[in-house]
Structure formats: structure tokens, C-alpha cells
Design a protein around this ligand. Sequence first.
Ligand code: SAH
Ligand code: SF4
Ligand code: F3S
Length: 473
Amino acid sequence: MNRCAKTEVPAELLKEQERYTQLAKAKVAEIYYGRTPKYHVHSYGCQLNVSDGEKLKGQLEAMGYVETGAVEDADFVIYNTCAVRENAEDRAFGNLGALKNQKRRRPSMLIAICGCMTQQQHNADRIKKSFPFVDIVFGTHAMYRLPEMVCSRLMGRGRVFETEENNCDIVEGMPVHRDSGFKAWLPIMYGCDNFCSYCIVPYVRGRERSRRPEEVVKEARQIVEGGYKEIMLLGQNVNSYGVGLEENINFSELLRRIDAIEGDYRIRFMTSHPKDCTRELIDTIAESKHVCHHIHLPVQCGSNRILKLMNRRYTVEKYIELIDYAREKIPDVTFTSDIIVGFPGETYEDFCLTLELLKRVRFNALYTFIYSKREGTVAAKMEDPIPYEDKSRWFRELLAVQEEIAESYYRNMVGKRVRVLPEELGKTEGTITGRDDGNNIVNIKAPESLIGSFVEVDIDTAFNWAVGGTVAE
Ligand code: SAH
Ligand code: SF4
Ligand code: F3S
């Protein structure tokens, strides 16, 4: 049922959920009388999903649960799934299966599965049939109605299935539990209209819809005032931000408005689609105070023939033009990218064009994937004659080329001073690790107490996946 024509959930429906939250809270307190029940939320997939997961956590806390990192201690487990590649789905099903015994030992526990996978009918059906111990199954569009679904289940009304598509799901002011105290996700838009031929996201996330700029800027201000050091703006294609909004606004203008917020913080964003990445955006980054000089610009492959089959709607030449323009305007800009190896019909010659492109652009880092067939997409119907072993071999060849490029980049960083936001303890004792403004991983010989605040670091070592250094005097 489509509850509303617009994309933003009306206030009265949110109020309804607040009432359900109170009802669920009372019921939870009754069931777990004398102790505080624990939840465990695990999000697979992209940062947008992780950000959704933080809202699920916020809602569960409002219902009286507290977080546990250990799934085996949890009274409520939610798996927030990803459908982008087959292995993501396999992992989720595997983990879900492992909960069966836990539920047998602890019948009062709740198990929910949500996110992109459940938005596909065949997966929803499989969960219904083969995983009868799952209490609640809901799609990405129903997330804000978790309190209502929990109430229904706790009142003993049978298993809950809420997986229909509904583009009216932008929810402002939902409770959120941010996992980090210094890095904040900030979704600016949802869905995707691009229909790259290999990709399931447009089918599971629905049509592109943007949050109103005043809401985004308000949240950004709260984040900065809350002492966070990094804002990550999220969307499947941030460059088409604003389409469909009443106000005539594009992503560059949104960035300028956020950048105008005073404070000691930095802004990152992802993902930029090359077909919509404009010179205006590059100029905006160049002129900004807080936006990192790093662009994640997934190219996917270096062959125009394959790019066309992928429905990416840009050419290698156009892509390189963008890179060159950005390097001219922002001399220290860095690039990262996503690459798919073994798209249906890709030949070794096509693949070699990808290697050429990597050598031409010299990305700092790559996220590389072997093509995974997704039922329902256009590419799933294409002939795919190359055996998986060949694709794996190409994949390893690609990694070797990229490793050399990254290593030489890191060697050039030795002797430079960079600003880093340390995020966690390093692998070796006495070190912490984080990223510089160019998104490079930096290992620092420094105490744990510096995690979460900016430090200037003198780079003295190059590894093949990162650099190392010490805090500048
Ligand atoms: N919206 C982003 C990416 C979202 S998915 C963009 O357009 O760049 C993240 C990455 O997963 C994609 O960039 C692509 O490289 C990879 N991917 C998506 N579908 C895939 C598939 N069917 N097989 C392998 N990799 C895939
Ligand atoms: Fe998928 Fe393409 Fe949309 Fe990215 S832009 S989410 S790859 S369809
Ligand atoms: Fe996966 Fe859904 Fe993100 S399919 S990549 S979690 S939008």
C-alpha cells in the first residue's frame, strides 16, 4: 500500500511510530523484568546501509534495548542485508542460519532481517519458507516502522512481513545511534535511477529521492556542534542531488552550504557518478574550506565498448578529461575507484584497456570486484562465456598492477606532512591508524588518546597498502 505520494514521511505517521515505540518499550520492560535486554544489529554492504543500521539501533534503544557486540548475547538480532553481489547474500544467509540454535535456547529472542536482500521477492520467499525462526522481515522502505512491527510481534500476532516498495520513506528526526564519536554518516539522498546493467541497487532501493537541503544542513550543523570531525555525505549518485525537490539546488550548492558551517571538521562524500560529475563540483571542492581533496569516482572499466554495455553513459575519454581538469584545479587531489572484472562479454583485450586506464590515472586505491550475476538486471540476460577461473586470473593481474601504482604513490609521500584523523588502534603495538585528507591510510606511532582528533603527521615509511609516520613536532 502506498501510504503517501510524496517522498517524505508525514509527521503524523512518525508520531504514530513514537506511540508504538512507547508501547513496545512497556512490553519489553515486562518481558525482561529485572534486566536490560540487548540488541545486536549487523549491517552488510555500503555506507548507506550502515547509516540505516544506526537508525535501527536508535529505534531499538528508544524501545529499551542496549547494544551488544556479541550476537550470542543478544535478545534481538537484526541483520541489515546487502544484495549487490552473491557473496554478500551468502554471508547473510549463513549468519542467519547460525541463529537457529540460539533461538531454540532462548525462545523469547527476536530475529529480524531487513535491507536490500529482503526487497527481492525470491529472497523474501526463501526467508519465509526456509527460516521459520525469523520473526520480522522488512524492506528498506519500511525501516521507520520498526516500532510498529516489533509491537505486532511482541503482542503475539504472528511473523511480520513488510517488504513492499514505497518511495515515501525519507524520515526526518528519527532516533539515531552513531557508532563513532568523531565520524558521522549523513545521507543526502536515497535510491538510484541509473540502472547500470549489472546492478541490483535501483531495484531494491527504488527511485532517486533527495532530502530537503535545510534538513541536510540542519543535521550537518548538529554533527559539527556535537564535536564530530568528519561528515560523510552519502548517496548512490550524489551528483544528481536535488532532482525532484521544490527548490532548484544541485550538489555543488549543497556542498557550499554545508562548507559554510564554521568549525574544525572535514567533509567527504560518496558516490560520484562520472556521467554527472561536473566542473562546477570540482571548482566547488577547490574553493571549499572543509571538503577533502579526494574524489571516489567509480569508473568500473576502461573499455568504451563495455562501458556502453554497462549503461554507464560516459566514455574513457570523458572520464580522463574530468580527472585532468580536477588535477589542474586541485593539484593535491586524489582519486579512488571501483572496478568490475569479467562483465559479460568482456574480452582480455577489454580488460587490458582497464589496466591501461589504471596506469594513466594512477588511483590511490581501488575497490575491485569480480562480476556477480544479479537476477532481474539487464546484464543477467547477457552471454557470459568467460570461465570464472579466467576472470580470477585477470583479477589478480589487476591487483598486481594496482599494487605497484599504490606503492610508488606511497613512496612519494615519504617526507611529506599530512593531516590525519586517527580512527582506531593500529595492528602493531603503540600505533594508531586513520586516514589523511586524501583518503590514504596512515599508521602513526602515537598513543590511543589521539584517536578522534586531527593530528599533523610526518610520513617516514611506505608500505604497499598505506604509509606510516610520527606526530609532527
Ligand atoms: N552507486 C555507486 C556504487 C554502488 S555499488 C556507483 O555507481 O558508483 C558499489 C560497487 O559495487 C559498484 O561501483 C560496482 O563496482 C560494484 N558492483 C555493483 N554491482 C555489481 C555486480 N553485479 N557484480 C560485481 N560488482 C558489482
Ligand atoms: Fe548501481 Fe549504477 Fe546506481 Fe551505482 S549508479 S547504484 S552502480 S545502478
Ligand atoms: Fe548493498 Fe543495498 Fe548498499 S544492495 S551496496 S546495501 S544499497
